[in-house]
Design a protein around this ligand. Structure first.
Ligand code: FDA
Ligand code: NAD
Length: 434
């Protein structure tokens, strides 16, 4: 089979790929120049929907409703959009071999693809309990959530196990969003995680106490400080029990596991420089190999604001890094340059009627302000992180668009603070007057 050849190839068809395609089109692209190769069967879509509205019992989000680029407020890129622009979507195609020296990609069925410029946008894969040898972790109805296929299988089993028992393993993003959505589907939900409070990589104990209280008020049971060490299943191989390290046994019809992700860099091992678990890039998302770029979850890039190399596993960066890489590619073709990537970290989550945003860096001392009573009809509270006398990070639950803009501005400007008690008293007003 002759190799198909393109000027630009994006390997991976997720969030970054979609936003890169839009940027290519904005910058000027001839038909046939760009191909996106994805192991998923659908055009790029807004992945965050999978753990939220995609799983709702009523009015669930379905494609084509959330193909990229709706999440950033643009025109959604339907498959017809790619066809119209002459962008080739090569779907259901997994690349299993990459040779950066000869600029060749090989798919699982042996097709080969050549490129002039490659953008690596393979994202992350989930960490599985079978990776740590947890007994019985390959039973049926134990789910992980990364791609639309995973979500479709979960939707089927949610219907089949109506009003059953769900155990959520992990207290991070997936854990908190899936705990809520399974409750909304009327499951009896228990969450299990090893840490003393949920989402420890971002939340302080004070922030976590609000969400744990709110979830408890919704009837979700939370088991902390222990892990799942085994699963029991019935004669059909379907999961029935979760065995915890502390000896307890939880009944389960469905288990959803969210114990972290891993950037998908294996294809490129030994061919490109890596750092901090990701593919090392410069401020233009150029890797150590000429004409090879890496964006989204896989890229370890210079975070200018903190003068540090970082990897970010969130959608806002996936969108912006893709746009930056394409701008840089197009500029260099014209002998021009673009400004360095100057990213302000932005993470968010939604569950039940709650919605939070975080900007900046969660390092240093913290203060908490506002109404963080989980029983309040409209709770609204936040936290500031203060390092070297400056506010470097801000979290806000229940903010309106102006307030969210204000906290982003604070995280970017890093205003000085002298008195933390005053800052606590001022609360959100401190951000709104900056
Ligand atoms: P992404 O994972 O989007 O895309 C990678 C693509 O590459 C996939 O299509 C994959 O199939 C493909 N691929 C991988 N290897 C391949 C190969 N060898 N050959 C071909 N194709 C290959 N973030 C946030 O800020 N707010 C939120 O609410 C959420 N919510 C959320 C929910 C869920 C369920 C998940 C899994 C993740 C989130 N995130 C999030 C994180 C966010 O979605 C994530 O950071 C971005 O999708 C990363 O974009 P990428 O393009 O890097 O990878
Ligand atoms: P995570 O890193 O947010 O959370 C992992 C959690 O797993 C830890 O907090 C811990 O509680 C738990 N854990 C670790 N080992 C465990 C064990 N042996 N048993 C039980 N629990 C254990 O990862 P995630 O929630 O799996 O999310 C996966 C990816 O998807 C991440 O890249 C994340 O950023 C992304 N995501 C983001 C959002 C969002 O930004 N709103 C939403 C969903 C997913």
């Amino acid at each position: 089979m002759a190799a198909k050849s393109f000027k630009y190839v994006i390997v991976g068809g997720g969030v970054s790929a979609g936003y890169a395609a839009r940027e290519f089109s904005k910058q000027g692209l001839n038909p046939g120049e760009l191909a996106i190769i994805s192991k998923e069967a659908v055009a790029p879509y807004e992945r965050p929907a999978l753990s939220k509205a995609y799983l709702f019992p009523e009015g669930a989000a379905r494609l084509p409703g959330f193909h990229v680029c709706v999440g950033s407020g643009g025109e959604k890129l339907l498959p017809a959009w790619y066809a119209e622009k002459g962008i080739e979507l090569i779907l259901s195609t997994e690349i299993v071999k990459v040779d950066l020296a000869s600029k060749t990609l090989t798919s699982a069925v042996g097709e080969t693809f050549k490129y002039h410029i490659l953008i690596i946008a393979t994202g992350s894969s989930v960490i599985r309990l079978t990776d740590f040898g947890v007994k019985g972790a390959d039973a049926k109805n134990i789910f992980y959530l990364r791609e639309i296929d995973d979500a479709d299988k979960l939707v089927e089993v949610i219907k089949a196990k109506k009003n059953g028992k769900a155990v959520i393993v992990g207290g991070g993003y997936i854990g908190l969003e899936l705990g809520a959505v399974m409750k909304i589907n009327n499951f009896d939900v228990t969450m299990v995680y090893p840490e003393p409070w949920c989402m420890p990589r971002l939340f302080t104990s004070g922030i976590a106490a609000f969400y744990e209280g709110y979830y408890a008020n919704k009837g979700i049971k939370i088991v902390k400080g222990t892990v799942a060490v085994g699963f029991g299943s019935d004669a059909n191989g379907e999961v029935k029990e979760v065995h915890l390290k502390d000896g307890r046994v939880l009944e389960a019809d469905i288990v959803v596991v969210g114990v972290g992700g891993r950037p998908l860099t294996t294809l490129f091992k030994g061919q490109v420089e890596e750092e901090k678990g990701g593919i090392k890039t410069d401020s233009f998302f150029k890797t150590s190999v000429p004409e090879v770029y890496a964006v989204g979850d896989v890229a370890t890039f210079p975070l200018k604001l903190y003068n540090e190399m970082r990897r970010v596993e969130h959608v806002d960066h996936a969108r912006k890094s893709a746009e930056q890489a394409v701008k840089a590619i197009k500029a260099s073709e014209e002998g021009k340059s673009v400004d360095e990537y100057d990213y302000l970290p932005y993470f968010y989550s939604r569950s039940f009627d709650l919605s939070w945003q975080f900007y900046g860096d969660n390092v240093g001392d913290t203060v908490i302000f506002g109404d963080n009573n989980p029983a309040s009809p409209k709770p609204k509270f936040g936290s500031y992180w203060i390092k070297d006398g400056k506010v470097v990070g801000v979290f806000l639950e229940g903010g309106n668009p102006e307030e969210n803009k204000a906290i982003a501005k604070v995280a970017k400007l890093q205003p000085p603070v002298e008195n933390l008690d005053e800052l606590t008293k001022e609360g959100l007003n401190f951000a709104c007057k900056i």
